[in-house]
Design a protein around this ligand. Structure first.
Ligand code: FES
Ligand SMILES: [Fe+2]
Length: 453
């Protein structure tokens, strides 16, 4: 459980809040590179950490993420003309470049001091980068611009990294916590016969839940690391060896899902505002490009990402963002099928991530806006298998409170911390340390990212 004060610290991400300021110390995925395919293509509406923004690629190919509204009469810049090096508001023609600088005010008399007004009319514009199929944004103090996180997937060619994003209608922490909740795999994601489920030839494409996860009471060993935490979940397995699944969580909100080989995958949980989160998924191979068949399978979205559609979504206060929404959603019970629940899998919901979302979007809210938004964590009854969640919360709340005291986080300035890779393997070792020692470069790879796979 968490006190209401700590829950507020964990969940609220607006400007000036402790967690909001902590997130503003990191580069964050903002949208997919492919959403801004060519210079002067259509802008995209975003909300990040509670701030309404618009992203566009200018005539030189530079990406801008700037305030969503024109400072003249507050018209939405989304409807603007993206032309000749900037985004022009279609109400009265004011124009802004990728930095938010106002570069033209065409509706003024010749006698007017245009230069002074242009300076005054500058709007928020955040630094951006492109890597790993995402456009990244940095929303913090200019003199503290961090390094990019050195994830392996940010450095592979585009044909080796399948990326996607979709909207989840919960607070960011509610979704992120599912990534480090090893115990739920044995229940929520259980397939009664995983081999006969789906296309056998392609099961490996998305690193499926291995059969050995049926042992519902994993023995957990958890370690705090400079990047966040790593834990090993040890399960009994029919083979006689243990099934080890080693998962990383990187501050503030990245996961690396256990897999012994490529493809590897994980997710970043980027807060839209206090009540919504954008899930950024990466499934990549560092060893070779995906085949056409594998790529089509990932695009069809049978697992991560889920089947989804591109939609302009009206958020709770009426602001609209451009995103994707899974086809299984609250209004259709996440396509729950009770027959499937009896015969095929534990949940009755077909797609792994939809299984998570069905539960996370329907937990009772303690703090307005209805189910799933900010859960009242003072009502929880946590048990030992929740240790990674408890630890991650503690780490984040401490970092956020430290920052309020002027103690800056070190992780944003050390991209190498994000190099470690997850693992999963059958092995005879009963102790986490012995398991890591037996694996080639095991400890180095999962804790510091020095090894190879
Ligand atoms: S509202 Fe944008 S130019 Fe007037
Ligand atoms: Fe899950």
């Amino acid at each position: 459980m968490l006190s209401n004060d700590d829950n507020e610290t964990l969940c609220r991400v607006g400007k000036g809040t402790p967690m909001g300021e902590l997130f503003r110390r990191f580069w964050l995925p903002a949208l997919l590179t492919s959403e801004l395919p060519v210079p002067d293509s259509g802008p995209r509406r975003l909300r990040l950490l509670g701030e309404d923004l618009v992203a566009f690629r200018d005539s030189q190919g530079r990406v801008g993420i700037i305030a969503a509204h024109c400072p003249h009469k507050l018209a939405p810049l989304y409807f603007g003309r993206n032309e000749e090096g900037g985004l022009r508001c279609i109400y009265h023609g004011w124009k802004f470049d990728v930095t938010g600088q106002c570069v033209e005010i065409p509706n003024l008399p010749a006698s007017f001091n245009v230069a002074a007004l242009k300076q005054k009319a500058a709007i928020t514009g955040y630094p951006t980068r492109e890597a790993g199929g995402f456009v990244w944004v940095y929303m913090g103090p200019r003199d503290r611009e961090p390094q990019m996180p050195g994830f392996e997937w940010t450095a592979v060619p585009p044909e080796q990294n399948h990326v996607a994003r979709w909207l989840q209608r919960t607070n960011w922490a509610q979704g992120m916590e599912g990534e480090i909740d090893s115990s739920h795999i044995s229940f929520l994601h259980r397939e009664f016969d995983p081999v006969s489920w789906g296309n056998k030839a392609l099961v490996k494409v998305t690193a499926p839940i291995p059969p050995g996860t049926r042992d519902a009471a994993p023995v957990m060993t958890i370690r705090e690391t400079p990047y966040g935490l790593v834990y090993g979940a040890r399960r009994n397995n029919d083979s006689g060896d243990y099934l080890w699944r080693v998962t990383q969580w990187f501050v503030p909100m990245y996961s690396m899902i256990p897999n012994g080989e490529y493809p590897r995958s994980g997710r970043a949980w980027v807060p839209v505002d206090d009540h919504n989160v954008m899930v950024f998924n990466y499934t990549y191979r560092a060893d070779r490009p995906f085949t056409t068949e594998e790529w089509s399978y990932l695009e069809a979205g049978p697992s991560f990402p889920p089947p989804k559609e591109p939609v302009a979504v009206e958020l709770d206060d009426g602001y609209v963002i451009d995103t994707w929404v899974p086809l299984a959603r609250k209004s259709n019970d996440y396509q729950l099928d009770r027959e499937r629940q009896k015969k095929v899998n534990f949940s009755g919901i077909s797609t792994v991530t939809d299984q998570d979302r069905a539960l996370q979007e329907n937990m009772p809210s303690g703090f307005g806006l209805g189910p799933g938004r900010i859960v009242d964590r003072s009502r929880e009854m946590l048990v030992p298998s929740d240790a990674p969640v408890i630890t991650a919360r503690r780490i984040l709340i401490k970092m956020a409170k430290d920052l309020q005291k002027g103690i800056e986080p070190s992780q944003p300035h050390d991209g190498k911390l994000y190099a470690p890779l997850s693992m999963s393997a059958l092995a005879p070792q009963a102790e986490f340390d012995d398991f890591l020692a037996a694996w080639p470069a095991g400890r180095a790879r999962v804790e510091a990212g020095d090894g190879t796979s």
